[in-house]
Ligand binder design. Structure first.
Ligand code: 13P
Length: 257
């Protein structure tokens, strides 16, 4: 499997950062400077609408950081439904981020529900999987990521992965400055692709698997050079226009032929 079969995608996950003013200058600094590579921005939900307006006419897509697990509108204070995300023009929705699993108790089953909700509205889920340091040290990487991904396959079906993105984000590499080596990341990406291929080879070959965890301008190219790494889910570096642009340019440069 080679990268030529899949187009790279770079997603900026702003997490809980930004104001109207800082978001606006960040977007302004990106507009017109990204071409030839798919890019999406995931602002906090409060700013989705304003971000959508500023991105009008650009190729940069909009992503949500979270979604409600309930299908119907109703009395769910504080939640944002997939219908609302679609209404505002969201293309991708992050589900199962380790911060949501860790701080908000999201289970594999809940993540799978959210995945379903997004797809019902035509939004592509970006399904995050990844092990903690303790799990890595205990040799449980494959066990953990396969359990996380299987929950989605069981609820949504393997076909769902033809309209989804996977992000491998080792928890110990998030916001720590520690990146998995390209070889270690590649090994997990390859494992995930093989897991999907066991169900459906065609879907596996086309599946976009992003790496996330301290992706920076200076390590992006070596990660993107790996055959099963199809782009990045970027946290901290997506808040600095020059850093994010450098990562996007590295993704573009990884397109061979
Ligand atoms: P950092 O790039 O800040 O490590 O965050 C990664 C991440 O969690 C993206 O979703």
């Amino acid at each position: 499997m080679t990268i030529q079969q899949r187009s790279p995608l770079v997603v900026g996950n702003w997490k809980m950062h930004g104001t109207f003013a800082s978001n606006s200058s960040l977007i302004q600094a990106l507009l017109g400077r990204i071409e030839g590579v798919a890019v999406a921005l995931a602002p906090p939900s409060l700013y989705l609408s304003a971000t959508r307006q500023q991105l009008t006419g650009s190729t940069i897509a909009l992503a949500a950081q979270n979604v409600a697990s309930e299908a119907q509108k109703g009395a769910y204070t504080g939640e944002t439904s997939a219908t609302m995300l679609a209404d505002v023009g969201v293309t991708y929705g992050i589900v199962g981020h380790s911060e949501r699993r860790q701080y908000y108790g999201e289970t594999d089953a809940l993540v799978a529900q959210k995945c379903l909700r997004l797809q019902e509205q035509g939004i592509q889920p970006i399904i995050c999987v990844g092990e903690s340091l303790a799990e890595r040290e205990a040799g449980q990487v494959e066990q953990v990521v396969s359990r996380q991904l299987r929950a989605v396959i069981e609820l949504c079906g393997i076909e769902a992965l033809s309209q989804a993105v996977i992000a491998y984000e080792p928890v110990w590499a998030i916001g720590t400055g520690k990146t998995a080596t390209p070889q270690d990341a590649q090994a997990v990406h390859q494992f995930l692709r093989q897991l999907v291929a066991a169900h459906n080879k065609n879907i596996a070959e086309k599946l976009c698997i992003l790496y996330g965890g301290s992706v920076k301008a200076d390590n992006a190219a070596s990660l993107f050079a790996m055959p099963d790494i199809d782009g990045a889910l970027v946290g901290g570096a997506s808040l600095v226009a020059s850093d994010f642009l450098a990562i996007c340019h590295a993704a573009k440069a990884s397109i061979v032929g």
